[in-house]
Design a protein around this ligand. Structure first.
Ligand code: NOJ
Length: 553
């Protein structure tokens, strides 16, 4: 049965928008965002055109890792509202046609979670085996420590019970032991709970850690992911798992679950993200082009999650040391902009020097690359970071709604950026009124992306643009083609493409309405502005009326 381009596989060409309830909109004037505030802004999100919201963790938490340290998986952090507020939000999102997914953080809990309190209380406590313990932990590999500014080991000695416990992240985040069937059942119960309240799936935190760091080792760790997916499929066939799997392609593909795609529905493409930054730093297409050429196709119903920035640091762990230094030199030369020796705690516009042409080009690229774009709140208006905030919190400042801030009638709990990125310079209200704003550009890109299923569903080919600074690719599906070109340089240039099978077609630029005719043999010359981009839909030549159909008098 051919049911392509239907909403059955809605994630294939979704536009996902990641936000933190805490920093989006304050609905009760206490300086902290909440579900009531978010619910008020649903029409803004629907108007932007995004189709799926990804909520960062909103569960009760001591907040020592911005909510990625959970003390109750079945409730809402009281600072953000109540379960009742969540259900009202869910209902409104559904009414506007938005799907919602949430972070699933079950690699670990907070050390203040009642399960861990029980577990550490005695070696024979029934919860002991919910976590990973050892008398003699294996030595640490310092290279592998995730937060090297705060931790130097994966193991912490628990004085009271006399054993070490495993923590892949901060020491206050003990790892759950999914080798224990009770833990696996509990995780399924958590999924079931939130799906019953309307979620369409989950962004799964730290997937390789989740299935690998257990005791005893699971004989087939991937079976656990496949079981979770099957469980979700039984409850709701349209539900998804979007995984955080930052691994080389060859190791990552197994997380989709082989050719049938029985595990993660989507995986973030950390490799092409990092290569895109190298391309931006060098003003050269090749780093990204070679990643796209090397990237395997995901299984049939699966998809890549494409992004340029997210709520964490811009991680540059998959480029060489020299390449990382190039990116640091271009986009984050000062030590305060860097983090963990491998990343940048900045947002995209500041890294691109506030050059709107370049910023617009970067997002045109993001929306035209094969996969499902995932954006982080505030990207659509070009928000900057606040380097005065600690660590990764630099990019997690409140959403800027108006020149006054507009996030909260009270003093926001987290300070907003100042200077050229302060709310009076960067905000939604102003950009709504300006036709040339970044916000309007996002709306156009999202509209066109949704109108061109070829981009997300199609077969992608990286083309020879004949120019080192220009990336050209085309996406083909069911006989329809979209050709896309991006100029990484700040000089205007013409590129000559050869589109052999599109001879005499007309290419219409979907972003400007300009048209170009492809010569009979397939050649076409495309002028590009400095940092310009074009998305070109190919239409076949008008066929002259068939002689036989002309009636002779
Ligand atoms: C990955 C999340 O993106 C990050 O923000 C968090 O600190 C770690 N996982 C631990 O949950």
């Amino acid at each position: 049965m051919r049911l392509t381009y239907t909403s059955d596989l809605w994630w294939k060409n979704a536009v996902a928008y990641c936000l933190d309830v805490e920093t989006f909109k304050d609905g009760n004037a206490d300086g902290v965002g909440d579900f009531r505030g978010l619910t008020q802004q649903i029409d803004y999100l629907a108007g932007l055109g995004v189709t799926c919201l990804w909520l960062m963790p909103f569960f009760p938490t001591p907040n020592r890792d911005d909510g990625y340290d959970i003390t109750d998986f079945y409730s809402v952090d009281p600072r953000l509202g109540t379960l009742g507020d969540f259900v009202e939000f869910m209902r409104t999102a559904k009414d506007r046609g938005l799907r919602v997914i949430a972070d699933l953080v079950v690699n670990h809990t907070s050390d203040r979670h009642p399960w861990f309190k029980q577990a550490r209380s005695a070696k024979d406590n029934p919860y002991r085996d919910w976590y990973v313990w050892s008398d003699t932990p294996e030595p640490d590999d310092p290279e592998q420590v995730v937060f090297p500014d705060k931790e130097n080991s994966f193991w912490e000695f628990d004085k009271k019970s006399g054993q070490y416990y495993l923590h892949s992240f901060y020491k206050h985040q003990p790892d759950l032991n999914v080798a224990n069937p009770e833990v696996r059942d509990e995780i399924a119960r958590i999924l079931g709970f939130w799906m019953e309240l309307g979620l369409s799936g989950f962004r799964v935190d730290a997937v390789p850690f989740l299935i690998e760091n257990v005791n005893p080792k699971l004989p087939s760790p991937h079976d656990f992911l496949a079981d979770l997916r099957a469980f979700m499929g039984r409850r709701d066939g349209g539900s998804i798992l979007l995984g955080e799997v930052n691994l080389p392609y060859k190791d990552l593909m197994g997380y989709f679950g082989g050719g049938n795609g029985t595990e993660l529905t989507m995986c973030f493409d950390f490799i092409s993200m990092q290569r895109a930054w190298l391309s931006l730093a060098r003003c050269e297409a090749e780093p990204l082009a070679s990643a796209l050429r090397a990237r395997p196709r995901p299984p049939k119903d699966c998809q890549w999650g494409m992004f340029l920035r997210n709520h964490d640091e811009l991680t540059l762990d998959k480029v060489t040391d020299e390449e990382r230094e190039e990116i640091f030199a271009a986009f984050g030369p000062e030590k305060t902009m860097q983090i963990y020796g491998r990343g940048l705690r900045r947002r995209l516009p500041t890294m691109l020097g506030g050059d709107l042409r370049r910023v617009k080009m970067a997002y045109s690229l993001l929306f035209s690359l094969p996969g499902t774009p995932v954006i982080f709140y505030g990207e659509e208006i070009g928000m900057g970071e606040n380097l005065d905030a600690a660590g990764r919190m630099a990019v997690r400042t409140p959403m800027q709604w108006s020149p006054e801030g507009g996030f909260s009638p009270a003093e926001p709990d987290r300070p907003m950026p100042g200077g050229a990125y302060a709310p009076d310079r960067v905000n939604v209200a102003d950009q709504k009124r300006r036709p040339d704003s970044l916000l309007r550009w996002f709306q156009l890109l999202i509209e066109r992306y949704r109108e061109c299923p070829e981009l997300a569903w199609g077969e992608t080919t990286v083309l020879d643009s004949g120019h080192p600074g220009v990336l050209a690719h085309r996406c083909d599906a069911d006989g329809a083609s979209v050709v896309v070109v991006h100029n990484f340089t700040d000089t205007a240039t013409d590129v000559d493409l050869s589109l052999d099978d599109l001879g005499e077609h007309v290419l219409t630029d979907l972003l400007t309405d300009a048209t170009f005719e492809v010569a009979r043999k397939g050649g076409v010359r495309l002028p590009l502005d400095p940092h310009g981009s074009r998305w070109l839909r190919a239409a076949p030549p008008k066929v002259a009326p068939d002689d036989a159909s002309v009636t002779s008098q």
